[in-house]
Design a binder for this molecule. Structure first.
Ligand code: HEM
Length: 226
């Protein structure tokens, strides 16, 4: 029994560290993506080119992929262990910690986000890395016109916008619990900090959910008005 317990603490720690990495990634990703809404995508294209060619980012990219894989792997393992070790309903054991819907459905939310991510990578990342890309020249040589790829998909397919908005909402729900939970696992679990982290986590989750929704919504509306 103690083996199961200490193993799951170690796994929670690995999940928290990989989760923290993903929390930071999402903020950077949203910041770059918000440039899609400015001056016909010029700033977005320049930023996307910087992210694609900068040597530091190129090292971080495979680490990010490993972070995602570790996070998903340990989430599955922990869920399985919890199901085996605790056939009694979880909320009865620690009601306060597990009182929100999101906290009780983290694995389902994670699975939905994973499906979204596979669709997302196939449509954007894969096409950018391995497909034929249009280029633009702002005076410093040709770079990929990533803006055309993104705006083209968002303007052409309304359901694609809805898919992205739904993905952002699921991601936000996942983060409402994930944020403070990861800091709690890392040791910030006294009463004062728990309350503060819950507030910061909620604000963060809203920023991510609204931020990632506004982008497809913008193209949905501008596509309709053209
Ligand atoms: C409005 C919503 C979004 C847009 C417009 C967007 C756009 C993009 C683009 C253009 C790329 C390719 C970047 C490149 O390789 O140069 C990309 C990659 C990626 N996106 Fe998104 N994204 C959005 C939402 C999300 C969300 C919600 C997640 C996480 C759940 C996510 C996770 C990733 C990952 C993991 C990659 C591959 C790593 C990278 O290239 O940075 N994206 N995204």
């Amino acid at each position: 029994m103690s083996n199961i317990f200490s193993a799951s603490i170690g796994q929670k720690l690995i999940m928290s560290i990989s989760g923290l990495f993903l929390v930071i990634f999402l903020l950077v990703h949203l910041t770059v993506n918000s440039l899609l809404l400015a001056n016909d995508g010029m700033m977005f294209n320049v930023a996307a080119h910087f992210m694609a060619t900068n040597p530091v980012i190129r090292i971080i990219e495979p680490l990010l992929a490993i972070g995602f894989i570790i996070h998903i792997f340990y989430a599955s393992l922990l869920t399985l262990m919890n199901m085996r070790a605790r056939p009694v309903k979880y909320y009865k054991v620690n009601q306060k910690e597990s009182s929100t819907w999101a906290s009780r459905n983290m694995y389902i939310l994670g699975a939905v986000i994973l499906i979204f991510l596979v669709i997302h990578i196939a449509n954007f990342y894969w096409k950018l890395k391995f497909g034929e890309m249009p280029t633009v020249n702002y005076g410093n040589g040709k770079i990929d016109d990533t803006y055309s790829l993104v705006s083209g998909l968002f303007i052409r397919w309304w359901w694609f916008d809805l898919l992205y908005m739904a993905g952002a909402v699921f991601l936000g729900l996942h983060l409402t619990h994930a944020f403070w939970s990861l800091f709690q696992t890392l040791g910030w679990n006294n009463d004062i900090w728990r309350h503060r982290l819950e507030i910061i986590g909620t604000v963060y989750a809203y920023i991510i959910a609204i931020g990632f929704s506004v982008i497809p919504l913008y193209f949905l509306i501008s596509g309709q008005s053209n």
